[in-house]
Design a binder for this molecule. Structure first.
Ligand code: PMP
Length: 301
C-alpha cells in the first residue's frame, strides 16, 4: 500500500521509518489493533468493521501503558478513512494502527516517554482457513496471565507467547495452537478466541481465563443468542476440546474458522460443524452489510 499515517501525516510508505534506537522496538512496549475493512464489489465501497470499538480498545490499552497521543478516537477514524481513500483500495484489507514509544532511549519503563501512532493497510484475504477447517494442537506453552503481561490487552510483547505457540503448531504439521492457561484451562488461540459447541450450546472461556477481550467473540455471542442458542462463558478443560461436537476460532483476522482436528484427534466427524457454519454465514453477511440488524457494526468509507 502506497500511503501510511506516520508522525501526524499521511505520507508515502518509504518516508515512514523509525530509528533502530526506538524504545518500544526493544522492549515490546507497543500496543496495536487489527481492524478489517471489506470491499463490496457491486457497490464499489469499503465497509470497516467495528471501527470505533477497535480504536476504543486501543485507547484502553494505551491508558494501561501510560501512553498519550495527540489524535482522538474520532480523529483516528477520520484519518483511517482518508488513508483508505488515498490508497484507492479495491479489496479486503486489514488496518494496523500501532502506538509506540518513539524516544531513542534505553530502559524498559512506562514513564516519561512519548507515544506516537502509525497506521498502515495490508491486503488480507483469509488469515486462516474458513472452509475446510483447521488442524490445531494444544500448545506446550502456557498462556501469559494477568499478572505477567495481561492477555486481555493487545500488547506487542505478549505476542512472543503467541509466536512460540504458533511456531510449535506449524512444526507439528498443524495450522494453529490452542493455549491452556496457568490453571490448565483452555484460553485461546495464538491470535483468536475459541468457542466449543456441546449439546447445542456454545461455550467460551471467560476473560478471567487469560484471553483477549475479543471484539469478534462479542459479535459471535450476539449472533448466537439472536439465532436462539444458549451461550455460556465458563472455564473449559482440555478434554472437553476433544469430545466437543464442534470447535471454532474467531477473530478479526481469523473471522470464523472451524477447527476440525486437535492433537490429531478428529472433532466429531472431522468436518466443520453445523452451528459453526450457521454462525459463519450470518457473520459474513453481517460484515458485508447484508443484515439490517447488524448494520451498525460496519461503517461505510
Ligand atoms: N486473541 C488474540 C491473542 C488475538 O490476537 C486476537 C486478534 N485480535 C483475538 C483473540 C481476536 O480478537 P478480535 O476479535 O478483537 O480481533
Amino acid at each position: 500500500m502506497e500511503y501510511v499515517y506516520f508522525e501526524g501525516e499521511i505520507v508515502p510508505e518509504e518516508k515512514a521509518k523509525i530509528s533502530i534506537k526506538t524504545n518500544s522496538f526493544h522492549y515490546g512496549t507497543a500496543v496495536f489493533e487489527g481492524i478489517r475493512a471489506y470491499y463490496d464489489k457491486e457497490q464499489n465501497k469499503i465497509f470497516a468493521l467495528f471501527f470505533k470499538e477497535h480504536y476504543q480498545r486501543l485507547f484502553k490499552n494505551m491508558r494501561f501503558l501510560n501512553m498519550e497521543i495527540e489524535e482522538s478516537i474520532d480523529e483516528l477514524v477520520e484519518i483511517t478513512k482518508e488513508l483508505i481513500r488515498k490508497n484507492d483500495i479495491k479489496n479486503d484489507i486489514y488496518i494496523r494502527p500501532i502506538v509506540y514509544f518513539s524516544d531513542l532511549e534505553i530502559g524498559p519503563k512506562l514513564l516519561g516517554y512519548n507515544a506516537k501512532i502509525a497506521i498502515y493497510l495490508y491486503p488480507l484475504g483469509d488469515y486462516i482457513d474458513i472452509n475446510k477447517g483447521v488442524k490445531a494442537i494444544v500448545s506446550s506453552w502456557t498462556r501469559l496471565n494477568d499478572n505477567m503481561i495481561p492477555p486481555r490487552l493487545k500488547v506487542s510483547g505478549a505476542y512472543v507467547n503467541s509466536a512460540l505457540a504458533k511456531t510449535e503448531a506449524i512444526l507439528k504439521g498443524a495450522d494453529e495452537a490452542i493455549f491452556l492457561n496457568k490453571n490448565g484451562y483452555v484460553s485461546e488461540g495464538s491470535a483468536e478466541n475459541i468457542f466449543i459447541v456441546r449439546d447445542g450450546k456454545l461455550i467460551t472461556p471467560p476473560v478471567s481465563d487469560d484471553i483477549l477481550e475479543g471484539i469478534t467473540r462479542w459479535a459471535v455471542m450476539e449472533i448466537a443468542k439472536d439465532l436462539g442458542y444458549e451461550v455460556i462463558e465458563r472455564s473449559i478443560t482440555r478434554t472437553e476440546l476433544y469430545i466437543a461436537d464442534e470447535v471454532f476460532f474467531c477473530g478479526t483476522g481469523a473471522q470464523i474458522s472451524p477447527v476440525v482436528e486437535i492433537d490429531n484427534k478428529k472433532i466429531a466427524d472431522g468436518k466443520p460443524g453445523k452451528i459453526t457454519k450457521e454462525i459463519q454465514k450470518v457473520y459474513f453477511d453481517a460484515v458485508r452489510g447484508k443484515i439490517d440488524k447488524y448494520k451498525h457494526w460496519i461503517e461505510e468509507i
